[in-house]
Design a binder for this molecule. Structure first.
Ligand code: HMG
Ligand code: MG
Length: 297
């Protein structure tokens, strides 16, 4: 059996990727309470908001107010999505110290999502990342639709590699490899992520699985065996992308932490306290959340 990592970093994206796709708009105060519960559960890397156009994602239109309400904690890193210079200006005003720029391996998806071609988005990000770094912020990058695109079908791993490389060239410190519509299988992951590990060796790669076909946890296990140590997930499994038809929630953080605990891999996250955060959000959203582990006693 392949040796597994001793510890991993969980990047909690529920307050952003999760809430962006919920029909209920959660109040700023309740979002701040949710994030506080997530930090109490031991999550140290939390994507809390998006500085995209509020007309396209009204659920996250309160990004500035929310970030101002968050309690700074020395061991917790909050981050937010930024698509362009206007987004960065809003991010800087909010006081957030980490941003994420996001593009895709598929031209069609990228146009539908951020109204830019892939190369165009890299060109738009160049001054954004440069300015963010100059202001002392750190920057993550995302590549969406790395395995399957809802419009273009299968995506070549070389395309993913070129886009991720372009993001690293801009100065991002980590790139998250997204299965935006949750369609990848462990074999797809082995092929694409194995290729990326070789091509981008020396760079930090995270993986970001959605769970549409129930493959997310199997894909995580595949990645653990390949030595990946950074996993994105959302509390309760809320989430999706409004511009990816059919995309359901992210891998649930509870399901991820259950697997890690059972494998003896440290994440620093308390499953018991995490459940409290997710039950809180389930109550706010007025529905059961998809996480399998959350449904157990
Ligand atoms: P656009 O219309 O092309 O922007 O939108 P524009 O530059 O042409 O400007 C048009 C107007 O929007 C202008 O206002 C701008 O000021 C304003 P006007 O002069 O007409 O009054 N504007 C903005 N306002 C506020 N904040 C901004 C901003 N930018 C321009 N940042 C844009 C381009 C990217 C803004 C738009 O397409 C957008 O907001 N898209 C939303 C995309 C999104 O949030 N998608 C979901 C997140 S991605 C995801 O979920 C995938 C991920 O989880 C990984 C995975 O699962 O694969 C990360
Ligand atoms: Mg996502």
């Amino acid at each position: 059996m392949a040796s597994l990592p001793k510890s991993v970093r969980v990047v909690e994206v529920g307050p952003r990727d999760g809430l962006q796709n919920e029909s209920t708009i959660v109040s700023t105060v309740k979002k701040a309470e949710f994030i506080k519960l997530l930090t109490a559960a031991g999550l140290q890397d939390i994507e809390v908001a998006s500085f995209v156009h509020p007309k396209w994602v009204p659920q996250l239109a309160d990004a500035q107010d929310l970030i101002r309400q968050l309690e700074p904690q020395s061991n917790v890193r909050y981050s937010a999505l930024v698509p362009n210079m206007k987004g960065l200006e809003r991010a800087l005003e909010s006081g957030i110290r980490r941003i994420a720029v996001f593009t895709a391996a598929s031209e069609t998806f990228n146009r539908k999502n951020i109204n830019m071609g892939v190369q165009e988005s890299i060109d738009v990000f160049r001054p954004v990342v440069a300015r963010a770094l100059k202001e002392g912020l750190s920057v993550r990058g995302y590549v969406s639709t790395c395995f399957v695109c809802p419009y273009e079908g299968s995506i070549a791993r070389e395309k993913v590699g070129s886009v991720a490389e372009a993001l690293f060239d801009l100065g991002v410190d980590e790139v998250s490899i997204g299965d935006t519509i949750g369609a990848a299988t462990p074999q797809d992951v082995e092929i694409t992520c194995g290729y990326l590990q070789e091509r981008l060796s020396g760079h930090k790669l995270a993986v970001h699985f959605h769970d549409t076909y129930g493959m997310a946890i199997a894909n995580v296990y595949q990645c653990l065996q390949m030595g990946f140590t950074i996993f994105d997930s959302s509390a309760g499994g809320i989430g999706g992308c409004p511009y990816a038809p059919g995309a359901s929630g992210n891998l649930a953080t509870e399901d991820l932490v259950y697997l890690l605990d059972r494998l003896g891999i440290k994440s620093g996250v308390s499953l018991k306290l995490l459940r409290q955060a997710s039950h809180f959000m389930a109550h706010e959203l007025g529905r059961d959340l998809p996480s399998r582990v959350l449904k157990t006693a």
